[in-house]
Design a protein. Structure first.
Lengths: 430, 102
């Protein structure tokens, strides 16, 4: 074990650190995740518009359209908001004028998205369809700006002009270059078979990425990676879940909400809620069941105490007391159920939703929403809560035998300590 | 004494804040100020605190955090996994005092 830890410190941590600190990845993550509060607010109005209880649904029926305007102004402009926040985050990381970069990026994003025939903004491109367009444009805008500033291709003010005035002029030339290029590219793409920047990006980037990211194997791989990193004591969910998968999972979340508004069938099984509500029951590793088992069944004093400290946070899907206190980190015995339980829950959840027994999620709830409540909230289907109960029991069954082994180890350890203590004073016992 | 606790989202360190406050009261520390934030917000808050304690699960950000802390002349340390798991306010408070600068 010592060797494994040393190996980890020397090789794995630095690699993971470099990935996590990579500027562009971080900007994408921060930018996309900053849309989540808006999606949560939109979700609140989405539930109000489509309450899961039919009597309430009847009551709100006359107000559905009014409620949905808020949903449109939150879910509906996810891409537009991200075009600002991604450029803002990247510019801030370079200590550039982040506000002007963000604004320029919004302008570039709108320019890249062709207007409708009537000359209106195409609202379809402002949501998740525009998300990956926003990601690419947001990064490019800042990089072009930075390149031009570095090469001194900017309008410079003579000395004595206030700094802020100078800065506002510095954005002009890069801004013109960026906007003119985007305009020209769109004109060219339109000439070649009526394309546009969003069409090309959706074809080359978004479609394959979502197609891959929405499959069962992709989720299994992502969850496996999250669990494995946690085994090494690294926050896998922050790194892989939020860090890499969030744009894909949130795009699916957005598509589901939009379909619900339009009165269409909710399309995606895999989405942010799939992970938050059905897999992370109690935290990474589906550990709520383990917390309950620790609270009720163990004999070792240390694990009993752990049960008391971990059960309440567990209901809010926080499980660091278990991962570090049991510990699961670097514990080859507990590693097995810690990886198996969430993977099995992925499969059951996928099967129940694919077969149509449980409705697919369309409402986004905060990840700290307690299990059994969140399943109902996100799907609007009581069977969503039932599926969480099922996953809870599956995880419990998987954890139980391993917990017993670990508990016995701990009891032995504690007995040895008990026996060792009096022996210091009175050696005749032995 | 101002202590900043940092983890991925400020949630699990939030558990620790209460434990450390109770421990501070037991020790009659009157000017103890403890706050938990996510690692993404650290630059916003670090200026107001004397020492930064970092949760073990974000050890992979060690370089970034320790460089930031030393540039602002703040004490910085990583919390031991076992102490963190036990939400051991006592030990972690000791650690905060140990790593405080000035």
């Amino acid at each position: 074990m010592e060797r494994v830890i040393r190996f980890l410190e020397r090789y794995l941590l630095p690699v993971v650190g470099v990935i996590a600190q990579q500027r562009h990845l971080q900007a994408l993550r921060d930018g996309v995740v900053s849309t989540v509060p808006l999606l949560l607010i939109g979700s609140f109005f989405l539930i109000c518009a489509f309450p899961p209880i039919s009597y309430l649904a009847m009551l709100v029926d006359p107000y559905v359209n009014a409620l949905l305007t808020v949903v449109n102004a939150t879910f509906g402009i996810m891409g537009l908001v991200a075009s600002f926040s991604i450029a803002y985050a990247l510019a801030a990381s370079y200590s550039m004028d982040s506000l002007s970069s963000g604004l320029l990026s919004v302008s570039a994003f709108i320019l890249a998205s062709p207007f409708t025939k009537e000359g209106h903004i195409d609202s379809g491109l402002m949501g998740s369809k525009g998300l990956f367009v926003a990601m690419i444009i947001g990064l490019l805008v800042v990089e072009v700006q930075r390149f031009m500033i570095k090469k001194d291709i900017i309008i410079k003010m003579p000395e004595g002009v206030p700094l802020s005035v100078g800065r506002s002029f510095a954005v002009l030339l890069p801004g013109i270059v960026i906007l003119v290029s985007i305009f020209m590219i769109n004109v060219m793409l339109a000439k070649i078979g009526g394309g546009s920047i969003p069409k090309v990006i959706n074809h080359i980037v978004t479609a394959p990425l979502l197609h891959l990211g929405g499959t069962l194997p992709a989720v299994l791989i992502a969850v496996f990676a999250i669990q494995l990193l946690w085994f090494f004591g690294i926050h896998g969910q922050a790194l892989v879940g939020t860090g890499i998968m969030a744009p894909i999972w949130l795009a699916f979340t957005q598509q589901n909400a939009v379909a619900k508004i339009a009165g269409e069938a909710v399309p995606n099984i895999i989405c942010q809620q799939f992970i938050d509500a059905f897999i992370l029951i109690g935290g990474s590793g589906t550990t709520l069941a383990l917390a309950v088992l620790l609270f009720t069944t163990v004999k070792s004093n240390q694990l009993k105490t752990l049960g008391k400290t971990s059960i309440l946070p567990g209901f809010f899907n926080i499980n660091e007391p278990i991962t570090f206190g049991m510990p699961i980190v670097m514990n080859p015995i507990m590693m097995i159920p810690f990886i198996m339980a969430p993977l099995l829950c992925v499969i059951t959840t996928f099967v129940f939703m694919a077969s149509g027994i449980v409705d697919k999620p369309y409402v986004l709830a905060p990840w700290t929403t307690p299990a059994f409540v969140s399943g109902f909230l996100v799907t609007g289907d009581w069977k969503g809560a039932a599926l969480q109960v099922l996953n809870f029991f599956i995880a419990g069954i998987i954890y139980y035998p391993f917990l017993k082994i670990w508990d016995e180890n701990k009891v032995k350890e504690e007995q040895e300590q008990m026996n060792a203590k009096p022996s210091q004073g009175n050696k005749t016992i032995f | 004494m101002n202590i900043l606790l940092v983890c991925a989202s400020g949630m699990s360190t939030g558990l620790l804040v209460n434990k450390m406050r109770i421990e501070g009261e037991n020790r009659n520390l009157l000017d103890l100020n403890i706050f938990a934030c996510s690692v993404d917000e650290i630059e916003k808050y670090i200026g107001h605190y004397d020492v930064v304690l970092v949760a073990p699960q974000i050890r992979y950000k060690e370089k970034y955090i320790s460089a930031l802390a030393s540039s602002k002349d703040k004490g910085c340390a990583f919390i031991d996994g076992a102490h963190y798991g036990r939400v051991d306010g006592n030990k972690i408070l000791d650690q905060a005092f140990e790593f405080m600068r000035n």
